[in-house]
Design a protein around this ligand. Structure first.
Ligand code: PMP
Length: 335
């Protein structure tokens, strides 16, 4: 596999680190059978999630390719972390942004989107809809109508979304783990994380297996999609040949991971992180003595209502865990 190392990506990577993104800490979990799970704590990115990486790369790429004399407005459809990242990064870089969101976007997420500085527009089929299909379509339409002003980032198809991981997450993780893992195991949303990290580690060691996790067809795990059900999957389809195996996750898997991390590490993570951890544990159990690399895309902060309705914590415990989360950086492998 030939990973193209363009000057453009290297220069975006340099800006990324100069502006304080990335370099997230890593949790190292030792299992009793000798397997080890390595997880990047991506909520330590400035705007709270792994999507700061792809969003930064997509936005800087758009800036570098645009006519400096014309006003540029960034647009995309998102129901969560990408929108929050785009709004905040654009504000930081002095750009305007418009994020189209589905009506069913959770209240806590919507608040964060509104605080990000992006203009928020709600579009969707029904009041409860959490599908971003119409939001994405609207962003695309705007950019087609006025291409000089609006730039549709299209996170599901934009190569910068996964290249961010080839240039930042992968190299950071390699250094933190002190070598290649046996398995890269990450659940798919756009596929940016699993494809970018997968390409990076396969290039270094063909023996590293890429395990793409997905949600069960009937499960809803925030941030994770099901390959068959997903509509817009340009990145995934283009690079599916690097995937050695798929692993399904249920809502229960995600909850079990969340519970385990609270009980063992006092770590309040999002449900996709819970799913990634459970999946990594299954792989670790199947292959004693193996090294499994995964990511925790965001923290539990935006999911208070879900935590409480599923009895995962009490309200008080949620508050104290949420305060603690930013103090714990020192306990992990940093760069
Ligand atoms: N988890 C969460 C919480 C997310 O917001 C996302 C992105 N939608 C993912 C996982 C999946 O990441 P990716 O888009 O890189 O596949």
């Amino acid at each position: 596999m030939n990973i193209e190392d363009s000057e453009l990506c290297s220069s975006i990577r340099d800006d990324f680190y100069k502006m304080g993104f990335g370099n997230t800490p890593m949790l190292v979990h030792h299992m009793s059978n000798g397997s080890t799970i390595y997880a990047k704590l991506e909520f330590f990115n400035p705007f709270g999630s792994i999507k700061d990486r792809g969003s930064f790369f997509m936005i800087e790429d758009a800036i570098k390719k645009s006519d400096r004399n014309k006003k540029l407005i960034i647009v995309d459809g998102s129901s969560g972390n990408t929108g929050i990242a785009i709004g905040n990064i654009c504000r930081k870089l002095g750009l305007e942004s418009i994020i189209f969101i589905p009506p069913g976007t959770a209240t806590e997420t919507r608040e964060k989107l509104e605080q990000s500085g992006a203009q928020i527009e709600v579009v969707g089929e029904s009041p409860e809809s959490t599908s971003t299909a119409m939001a994405i379509e609207r962003a695309n339409k705007l950019a087609i109508e006025k291409p000089d002003t609006y730039r549709f980032l299209h996170q599901h198809g934009n190569p910068m979304n996964y290249k961010a991981h080839i240039y930042t997450t992968g190299p950071e993780a390699l250094q933190q783990m002190g070598g290649s893992p046996n398995y890269v195991a990450i659940a798919m949303g756009t596929g940016g994380s699993i494809i970018g990290n997968g390409l990076f580690f396969k290039e270094r060691n063909q023996d590293t297996d890429v395990i793409m996790m997905q949600s069960n067809q009937d499960a809803y795990i925030q941030g994770i999609r099901n390959f068959m059900k997903a509509k817009d999957k340009v990145i995934l389809e283009k690079h599916i040949s690097i995937v050695d195996r798929m692993l399904n996750l249920s809502e229960k898997d995600a909850e079990n991971g969340v519970k385990f991390l609270i009980e063992n590490y006092e770590l309040l993570v999002g449900f996709s992180a819970g799913g990634n951890f459970s999946g990594a544990m299954k792989i670790g159990e199947e292959h004693p003595g193996s090294r499994i690399y995964t990511v925790f895309p965001d923290s539990g902060e935006k999911y208070r209502n879900l935590y409480l309705s599923r009895n995962l914590t009490t309200d008080d415990d949620f508050s104290s865990l949420s305060k603690k989360i930013l103090d714990i950086r020192k306990d992990y492998v940093t760069l």
